[in-house]
Design a protein around this ligand. Structure first.
Ligand code: CMP
Length: 136
């Protein structure tokens, strides 16, 4: 099986949308391998978002992702799981996300766009190892 990292971000947990997100993934045919609700530690958030360090939105991004519990999970499917999840999520900017996608149906702002999914097979392996070292 082929795995990727999913985060239902603090806005999604605050709005009670964890079940809605998981239901969409499960209906598509992806399966939850492991998941936990946690306030992401700042050092883990910084490692996860290392590629964005120095960008204008970086400080706000770290404050947002650590402000309250997120649901962090590994999901799996037969192949291309990271790509399937990204398609279900829709584009980063919810204003560009088509109806039918998670962000298209449920979000309005780039900074609070509900979900994270790894953006390549390499990123999936790196991010799973960061959040769930026991699975790496
Ligand atoms: P995500 O795909 O989880 O990873 C990087 C995040 O940075 C992205 O979701 C957005 O939440 C956030 N992001 C990207 N671009 C911007 C931006 N221009 N302004 C604010 N946040 C951004």
């Amino acid at each position: 099986m082929n795995r990727t990292l999913l985060i239902v971000k603090p806005d999604g947990v605050e709005r009670g949308l964890v079940g809605e997100v998981l239901a969409r993934l499960e209906r598509k045919g992806l399966r939850l391998v492991v998941g936990r609700l946690e306030v992401i530690p700042r050092d883990l958030a910084a490692a996860h978002y290392a590629e964005h360090q120095g960008k204008p939105f970086y400080d706000d991004l770290l404050a947002f992702i650590t402000r309250s519990p997120a649901f962090v999970a590994v999901v799996e499917g037969p192949k291309d799981t990271w790509r399937i999840l990204r398609t279900l999520m829709g584009p980063t900017n919810p204003a560009e996300a088509p109806p039918g996608t998670i962000r298209g149906d449920l979000a309005t702002e780039t900074a609070e766009n509900l979900v994270h999914g790894s953006d390549s097979a390499e990123a999936a392996a790196r991010e799973i190892a960061l959040f769930f070292p026991q699975l790496a």
